[in-house]
Ligand binder design. Structure first.
Ligand SMILES: Cc1cc2nc3c(=O)[nH]c(=O)nc-3n(C[C@H](O)[C@H](O)[C@H](O)COP(=O)(O)OP(=O)(O)OC[C@H]3O[C@@H](n4cnc5c(N)ncnc54)[C@H](O)[C@@H]3O)c2cc1C
Ligand code: FES
Length: 242
């Protein structure tokens, strides 16, 4: 874990109540998520790494409560304290040739980070992204240009296939030897129940320290208690007690 001071170079609404935050600073080991210090709040906020490298760290966040709404007001040039190198992320090496990525909402952000790693390793990637409506969709051109196969679903049918990511899985019948999913718990549960074979899912839990010390994010797994921040947030499908 590293504590870094970053400077905001972009903090812009890119979809309904969804912001892209670009930070510049020294490159460090980024981990799966970072813990952001928002001025005026005692607890840091965990946000997944979407892109990292060349002194830039890109995060996507939704304004859901007071902390993220305050974050959205911070102008370019503001410095923020960030804990980096946190969390056990998706294991790109477990996939042999072809990966299936299934995201709901901003679960697309960490899966984009993973998709780049998989493509760097020469693997085929099919990505299915689901949103409530077109106005909430993010990272579409990025996934489309990176992935071998790509599908978008919206619940209201305003873009892509009308319905849920599970509908797209059934329609596409994608080839894969390993899958990765990130999004709302109920979505990931249905995805894991539908898909054959093994995969990984990224869980969310309210966090205190974000670094394994306070046990505030403990959950039960098939192997006993685990800390989402340190032992996860990514867990093997077989280990998750839905
Ligand atoms: C590993 C991980 C990765 C995440 N990645 C992203 C991301 O890429 N983009 C994004 O928009 N959101 C992400 N979240 C959720 C994000 O942390 C919460 O939406 C955010 O903390 C809400 O803060 P708030 O002050 O606006 O909300 P409030 O509800 O006012 O927050 C009150 C407290 O609850 C905590 N909290 C609230 N919701 C969550 C939540 N879902 N998970 C964990 N703590 C929460 C806050 O950190 C804070 O301590 C992630 C959460 C985790 C655990
Ligand atoms: S948040 Fe403190 S141990 Fe996970």
């Amino acid at each position: 874990m590293n504590k870094q001071i970053y400077t905001i170079t972009e903090n812009r609404e890119i979809a309904t109540e969804t912001y892209r935050l670009v930070l510049s600073g020294e490159d460090t080991v980024q981990g799966e998520f970072v813990h952001l210090d928002i001025p005026g709040y005692y607890l840091r906020r965990p946000i997944s790494v979407c892109e990292a490298g060349n002194g830039r760290l890109t995060l996507l966040y939704k304004t859901v409560g007071e902390g993220t709404r305050t974050l959205a007001t911070l102008p370019e040039g503001t410095t923020v304290s960030v804990l980096t190198g946190l969390g056990k992320g998706f294991d790109a090496d477990t996939c042999r040739h072809e990966a299936l990525l299934v995201a709901g909402g901003l679960g697309a952000a960490p899966l984009y980070y993973l998709a780049k790693k998989l493509k760097d390793q020469g693997k085929k990637v099919t990505a299915i992204l689901g949103f409530n409506k077109k106005e909430e969709a993010v990272l579409l051109p990025e996934f489309e240009s990176l992935c071998d196969r790509f599908a978008l679903t919206t619940v209201d049918g305003s873009a892509g296939i009308k319905g849920f990511v599970t509908d797209a899985i059934q329609a596409l019948n994608p080839q894969y030897d390993y899958y990765y999913t990130c999004g709302p718990m109920i979505m990931m549960q249905k995805v894991c129940a539908l898909l054959q074979g093994s995969g990984e899912a990224s869980l969310e839990e309210r966090m205190g320290c974000g670094a394994g010390f306070c046990y505030g994010c403990s959950i039960q797994t098939a192997h006993g208690p685990a800390r989402v921040c340190k032992d996860g947030p990514v867990f093997k499908k077989e280990d998750i007690l839905w």
